[in-house]
Design a protein around this ligand. Structure first.
Ligand SMILES: Nc1ncnc2c1ncn2[C@@H]1O[C@H](COP(=O)(O)OP(=O)(O)OP(=O)(O)O)[C@@H](O)[C@H]1O
Ligand SMILES: [Mg+2]
Length: 227
């Protein structure tokens, strides 16, 4: 069996007396799409943040492509997030003063690519994501669905190993949300990236390869479900 792209082992995260993660084990394969579901407050976002190196776990380990990443310093974790991970979150992720194409080019430029090359790479994402002609629009001049597609382009442009998405369509109407999620699942897979997506929507979960249910900071194994 090939090694998983991303794995978490025995992840524990506490906030004061709250145990947000209570020993989570998880492995994500290459180009696999994993949906994380579960009630509000069950630990889904905390799990995503620990896996993505945003939040250090109190116990346990996170490995990316065979390398342990949870013990790296903040500088190296942030470089890793920029080069190996893509993020699609719900709100406020595009810089309002920059045209769409510059928003998409930004992660590459932060990684040292020249502006010209970065914008060229950024432009190539607009047509496949149905954004043709919107390159110079600012986020405030885009619909919610278009802005989320720009965010998807921005997450994919550095060719990340893993894309993390946390309820990325919560602010959209259902039809637009579904179209956007379908695009996210298909585009990450098409690019050989793995996807870890938190969603409350069973339709979205159904498009993923696997659905994990988080309850009280633990992953519920369907075979052992008691309720
Ligand atoms: N920064 C924080 N400080 C204190 N408590 C926190 C913090 N972040 C999360 N928590 C707590 O940890 C638990 C898990 O929170 P988390 O955000 O992971 O839930 P979630 O499953 O993403 O919920 P939702 O579906 O509402 O987004 C909750 O009890 C929450 O109140
Ligand atoms: Mg959450």
């Amino acid at each position: 069996m090939s090694e998983p792209v991303l794995s978490g082992r025995g992840l524990v995260k506490r906030f004061g007396v709250t145990v947000a993660l209570d020993g989570v084990d998880l492995a994500v394969d290459r180009a696999e799409a994993v949906a994380i579901m579960g009630p509000s407050g069950s630990g889904k976002s905390t799990l995503l943040h620990c896996l993505a190196g945003i939040l250090p776990p109190d116990a346990g380990e996170v490995h990316l492509l065979g390398q342990r990443i949870d013990t790296l310093g903040e500088r190296r974790r942030s470089a890793l997030r920029r080069s190996r991970f893509g993020f699609v979150f719900q709100f406020g992720q595009l810089l309002p003063e920059l045209p769409a194409v510059e928003n998409v080019a930004l992660p590459l430029m932060l990684g040292g690519t020249s502006r010209r090359e970065a914008e060229q790479a950024a432009r190539s994402w607009f047509r496949p994501l149905g954004l043709d002609g919107l390159e110079r629009r600012r986020p405030g001049e885009l619909s919610g669905g278009q802005a989320q597609r720009v965010a998807i382009a921005r997450a994919l442009v550095p060719r990340p190993a893993v894309v993390f998405a946390d309820e990325p369509t919560g602010a959209l109407d259902q039809a637009t949300g579904h179209d956007t999620m379908r695009l996210l699942v298909d585009a990450t897979k098409h690019n050989g990236a793995s996807l870890v997506v938190v969603t409350h929507d069973p339709a979205v979960a159904a498009w993923c390869d696997r659905v994990l249910e988080v309850r009280d900071g633990r992953i519920q194994h369907p075979m052992r479900r008691t309720a």
